[in-house]
Design a protein. Structure first.
Length: 110
């Protein structure tokens, strides 16, 4: 009798778990995208979740100066790195070494 009840409980939990997994996989995942822009201080980027701005970055983060990125490619590289971090469950922040690496990359100088 106890074995039968235990089997019923295990079976019920299995059905609930499978149902949750199916439900979770059917939930629409938010769309994450970016756009870059040019301002008086340089290049920046916006990160969007669906159609709402999640991050507006008009200055190079982690630097003491309040300037934008030197070119469009640096802004794009930064935005893509932030999105990759978000998709991997990390905080959407950039470290000083990451920024230094991006700033050393060649760009078109736009």
């Amino acid at each position: 009798m106890i074995k039968r009840n235990l089997l019923s409980i295990v079976a019920a939990l299995s059905v609930v778990c499978c149902g949750f997994i199916v439900w979770k996989n059917q939930q629409p995942k938010p769309s994450v995208s970016y756009s870059v822009f040019h301002s008086q201080s340089g290049w920046g980027y916006n990160i969007f979740i669906d159609t709402s701005i999640f991050i507006h970055q008009d200055m190079v983060p982690t630097l003491a100066t309040q300037k934008g990125f030197g070119n469009r490619q640096q802004a794009i590289a930064s935005a893509r790195l932030v999105i990759n971090k978000m998709k991997n469950g990390q905080l959407p922040t950039l470290t000083q070494p990451e920024i230094q690496h991006i700033l050393l990359q060649k760009g078109s100088g736009e």
